[in-house]
Ligand binder design. Structure first.
Ligand SMILES: *Cc1c(COP(=O)(O)O)cnc(C)c1O
Length: 462
């Protein structure tokens, strides 16, 4: 075989990418290139471009996992080519998914966790769609049996994550969202009773509200619905959006009753890729009992060999995230999850205390009794800076901290929030506090000289 190396490739390996002609040309951005390229060159060009993304570990705006141990990386790599939907071809991945479902059902105190139903999803959003669909089908079956109309389903919730707005629009359900008010940020039993009627397919408390990190009172809402059933005969189920909290509370506040210990809680969703500690791309939805998932929503697929039940919006999807979830459950166990989550809560509390001492901020949530994180507002009055200014300024040190308005009638309150996750240490908390303090000092000395509107000043206005 003649030794024939194209000159360009030769130059590349001889000189290295940054001395070769390749590094002096722009890469095509919006059209596929005509010619194939050397894989190392392309790898480095893409790798280098990604340097402009933020550092995920310093992204305190996300709930999602950003620290993954080397064995998670290994397992992800080993499963890269396995499609979790091919349950006949990859029966062991299917078995592992099944084990995770029962482990989580047990963690959420299902009455018979070994026989209940559930599945993995791409995240809590898909899990919420499936949970919502089950509620809608169950309600419709009941109404049809009673010979009543089924054209006006509604769902009651507090300040939900956007996935519930999507569910309502995509699946034609009226969302009765109880917006926040000054001093009331959670869904309350009273509000649920005001809004519920015979067409309510379910109530969705959020267990770890995206905006405030606090838990909505699931048990109190369930009690109110028990009373409503006695009075009106409407048996309204609860689905808990436990995207984050379902992986926190069972470990750090096991006596807090929010889960299947409440008979009215029929389904729960959780994000494996948030406090489940698994890599991006896995969520879970679990039903209390087999009967709570309507059989009509399950498709039986036989063209892959075997007769496999599936309930999902997706079809093909990698199996690695599921395998990594199983690894995490085994590797950390109850002990590990408890210690990890408690450390994150402690760091969050430590940060909230320090921010509170700076004098400018009212702490809205201090990292205790909810998710591992904290959020605060500016005290009323002119500070010479807004929370948005701080988010901007602290970004120059690499920290990404979200500032955003609350919802409903409280949307004139701007809050700032940090989330503390696996991979955070007291040293990082100290570095964050130092940088934050420096930012505040900078604005004290160099106020942003513009008159602030009430909304920008972000304080409470009673
Ligand atoms: C993150 C989140 C979701 C959406 O979950 P994904 O896993 O990102 O799809 C839904 N609800 C709540 C409360 C969340 O925090």
């Amino acid at each position: 075989m003649p030794l024939f190396i194209k000159k360009k490739e030769n130059e590349n390996s001889r000189l290295g990418l940054y001395a070769s002609a390749d590094s002096r040309e722009s890469i095509p951005k919006y059209k596929i290139p005509e010619e194939a390229q050397d894989m190392r060159t392309v790898y480095h060009l893409v790798h280098d471009e990604l340097m402009l993304d933020g550092n995920s570990r310093m992204n305190l705006a996300t709930f999602c996992q950003t620290w993954l141990d080397e064995y998670v990386h290994k397992l992800m790599d080993e499963c890269l080519d396995k499609n979790m939907i091919d349950k006949d071809e990859y029966p062991q991945t299917a078995e592992i998914e099944n084990r995770c479902v029962h482990i989580l059902a047990d963690l959420f105190n299902a009455p018979d966790s070994a026989s209940t139903m559930g599945c993995s999803t791409t995240g809590s959003s898909e899990a919420a769609m499936l949970g919502g669909l089950a509620l809608k089908w169950q309600w419709r079956k009941k109404r049809q049996k009673e010979g009543k109309s089924t054209d006006k389903p509604n769902l009651i919730c507090g300040a939900v994550q956007v996935c519930w707005h999507k569910f309502a629009r995509y699946f034609d359900v009226e969302l009765r969202e109880v917006g926040m008010e000054h001093g009331r940020y959670n869904l309350t039993p009273e509000k649920v009773l005001e809004l519920a009627d015979e067409n309510t397919i379910g109530v969705v408390p959020t267990f770890g509200v995206t905006f405030t990190l606090m838990y909505e009172p699931v048990a109190e809402i369930a009690k109110a619905l028990d009373k409503l059933q006695k009075e009106k005969g409407w048996d309204i189920p609860i689905h808990v959006d436990g995207a984050s909290g379902a992986f926190i509370s069972p470990f750090v506040t096991p006596d807090l009753v929010w889960d299947f210990r409440i008979p009215r809680v029929k389904s729960i969703n959780a994000s494996g890729h948030k406090y489940g500690l698994s890599p991006l791309g896995v969520g879970w939805v679990i039903w209390r009992e087999k009967e709570d998932l309507p059989e009509e929503l399950i498709f039986r697929v036989d063209y892959l060999g075997g007769d496999m039940p599936t309930f999902a919006l997706n079809f093909s999807r990698p199996g690695g995230q599921i395998v990594a979830q199983y690894y995490n459950l085994l590797r950390h166990g109850r002990e590990g999850y408890t210690k990890l989550q408690q450390s994150c809560l402690d760091h969050a509390h430590y940060i909230a205390e320090a921010i509170g001492k700076l004098g400018h901020f009212d702490i809205l949530y201090n990292g205790q009794g909810g998710l591992p994180g904290a959020c605060w507002t500016l005290k009323p009055g002119d500070h010479g800076f807004t929370l948005y200014d701080i988010s901007d300024k602290i970004r120059s040190r690499g920290w990404q901290i979200a500032s955003y308005p609350l919802t409903g009638a409280a949307n004139d309150i701007v809050v700032q929030r940090v989330l503390i996750r696996h991979g955070f240490s007291r040293d990082m908390a100290d570095m964050l506090i130092q940088d934050y303090t420096r930012c505040v000092k900078y604005f004290e000395e160099n106020p942003v000289r513009k008159p602030l509107t009430q909304q920008e000043s972000g304080g409470f206005h009673h």
